[in-house]
Every structure is written in C-alpha cells, then in structure tokens.
Write a protein that binds this ligand. Structure first.
Ligand code: FBP
Length: 338
C-alpha cells in the first residue's frame, strides 16, 4: 500500500468535512514543532539539554531544561502560524496571546510541552500532549476563562512520543490514528488508521508506591488484580509503570490495558496529580475514539466543566471493561449505585 503522509491524511479529513483548513494547518504547525522537540530530546547530554533549568513552573515543579526548550519551540512555531487566538501550557500560569503584527486564528491550543519530565535525564520515552478548542466568537484577547470548556468540545487532540521511534497519535473525533516519523524523509507517515483498544485487558499501570494512600475502592480493585487467577477476577494481570503518561497511554493504544492515577490521601487537596486541560482531556478523547473509556473513577472526564487552567483530576483510562469495573467499585462505595 502507498504510504499516506500526515499532509495527505489532513487533506482527506478536510475533504470528508471533518476539519477545516485552519485546523489542518494548525496540526501541521504542531507536528513540525514536535519534530524539532524530538531532535532536541534526541541530542541528550551532547546537546546540553539535560538537567534542571533552575526555574519553577506554576505547579511549583522544578522545570527541566527540556521543559522550557519544548515550551518555547511550541510557542514560537504557533505565534506566527496564524491559526491561533491564543495558547496555554503546563509551563505558563496564564494564556499566551498571539503577538501583535501576527495574524490571529479561531482556535485555542493547550499543551503539555514535555510530559514525563522525571524521565528526561534517564533516557526513557517522554512526549508532548495537545488539545485544540474553538475560541468563543467575538473574543480577541482570550483569557483563561475562554479555555475552560468541557473535553467534549475538543476539535482535536494528540500526543507525540519521543521514544525509539517518534510517533504521533491524533483524533478529530472521527477515530484515532497513528503516524510514525520517517526520519530520512522528515515527515510523519500513517502507520495505523482507526485504532481499536481491546475492551478486555491483562495489563494495568499505576504507581504502586502510593498504595497505602489510596481510597478503599481502589485498594479493592487493585487487590483483585494482584490476586489474579487465585481471586475473584479468575485471571492473572501484569503491571507496567513508565511514569511518562504518554508512554503508558501509547502502550494501551497499541495493545490495550489500563492506566490509573487515582485520588489518594497525598494529593486529595489538589484534586489529583494529572491536569485536566492538557493531559486528561486530550488523552480521554484519543482513548474514547479508539473504543476505550476515560473516567475520574466516578464520572466521564470529558463531561467535566473545568474550573481552572491547571486543574487536576483523577484519571482512569484504557480498556473499557476494566475502567468501567474500577468506576463501578467507586460509585458502589459512594452508595451511588442503587
Ligand atoms: P509532567 O511530567 O508533565 O509533569 O507529567 C506528570 C507525570 O510525569 C506523568 O507523565 C506520569 O504519568 C506521572 O506524572 C508520573 O507520576 P509519578 O511520579 O507519581 O510516578
């Protein structure tokens, strides 16, 4: 079969009426910026890009040099692209306006420029996660409140994994598709179309070191996974935890499984670990479009009305049967299941 490039795929999506020209061009700009981030991460110690930047972000986290570099690459590429009204990032407190003198577009872009920061210096896969929303009509200087739209209003979502291969996974709400970077040619090529995540799973991903802090329903659910065929589930489960959400989710998009970052006593006050606007919502859209499910353990992530640009939520996502069972245990414990 003749290889289909990302550009050709975007033209097909436009002809199918799934996206408009501006959104198509915006995705091209984001993909090109991610190629540059891939080159920077690939240099490692030789590029002087490892280690701390010496600065902190709005989340109170120490920024890695590559967090800052990736953020700047995405801002610069999208500033002059002409497809955006504004963008927002994990690394910035407030939205970034498009500089005067540059044309503005109808879209809002949110991104986690480098997900899995704790893995950068140890050469484990990291990635970029992004989500695209429509800018409300008549708004010329979008503020944080204009970004606070439920995940169901996303026009596009995607992630890029910088691993042995550089892979882009993308959805516009008409299935989830994978593109692999052909490093010789320098372009993303379609490698899987209309991905389906198996409904059943035998692999789960969770940070087990938090177990003693988990709520009772999570203790019960994971306890049953660990009991395997000797327990009520009657089958064995294997565990994986890369600690880069993009890598853990890409494994699920590739061969099924589930990913959990539940609420626990340590992070209760902040509402969770992962951020709804540029981690949970885009991943939920991608997973749901591939036949999986994504909840907070109690409700569908994409139906949440966000209240803050850097709001955190619990994340349960992946193979439908497992996510629904874990969610059922939480609702049952809450007495919400009559
Ligand atoms: P950032 O690296 O973008 O801050 O993302 C958070 C993250 O690294 C996720 O990628 C990952 O799933 C999780 O935190 C790992 O958490 P922990 O350090 O508790 O294992």
């Amino acid at each position: 079969m003749k290889p289909v490039s990302l550009i050709q795929f975007l033209i097909e999506e436009r002809r199918a009426g799934h996206i408009n020209a501006e959104l198509s061009l915006l995705i091209e700009v984001v993909a090109r910026a991610c190629k540059r981030i891939g080159v920077a991460t690939g240099k490692g110690a030789l590029g002087g890009v490892l280690g701390e930047a010496g600065t902190g972000n709005i989340q109170g986290e120490a920024q890695k040099k590559l967090d800052v570099i990736s953020n700047e690459i995405l801002l610069e590429a999208n500033a002059w692209g002409g497809h955006l009204a504004a963008c927002a990032s994990e690394e910035m407190e407030d939205p970034q306006q498009i500089p005067d003198g540059y044309p503005k577009g109808q879209h809002l872009l949110l991104f986690d420029p480098l997900d899995g920061s704790s893995n950068i210096d140890v050469n484990i896969s990291v990635g970029t996660i992004f989500s695209v929303l429509r800018c409300p009509d008549g708004v010329t200087e979008p503020k944080a409140e204009h970004f606070l739209q439920p995940g169901t209003t996303q026009l596009a979502a995607g992630y890029v994994v910088y691993g042995p291969a550089t892979v882009l996974v993308l959805t516009f709400g008409h299935g989830t598709h994978e593109f692999t970077l052909d490093r010789e040619v320098g372009s993303f090529v379609l490698s899987r179309r209309n991905i389906r995540i198996p409904e059943q799973a035998t692999e789960f991903a969770i940070n087990m070191s938090n177990q003693r802090h988990w709520q009772a329903p999570m203790q019960r659910y994971v306890g049953e996974l660990l009991a395997g065929r000797t327990g009520p589930r009657g089958k064995d489960f294997n565990m994986r935890w890369v600690a880069s959400m993009v890598a853990d989710v890409h494994r699920i998009v590739t061969r099924g499984g589930v990913f959990y970052y539940p609420l626990d006593a340590k992070i209760e006050k902040q509402g969770g670990k992962l951020r709804i606007m540029y981690e949970a919502n885009p991943m939920a859209f991608i997973v749901e479009q591939a036949g999986g499910a994504a909840t907070t353990g109690r409700r569908r992530i994409m139906e949440i009305q966000p209240t803050g640009l850097h709001q955190r939520v619990p994340v349960f996502l992946g193979s439908k049967e497992e996510v629904e069972l874990a969610t059922h245990y939480h609702l049952e414990a809450d007495g919400a299941m009559s």
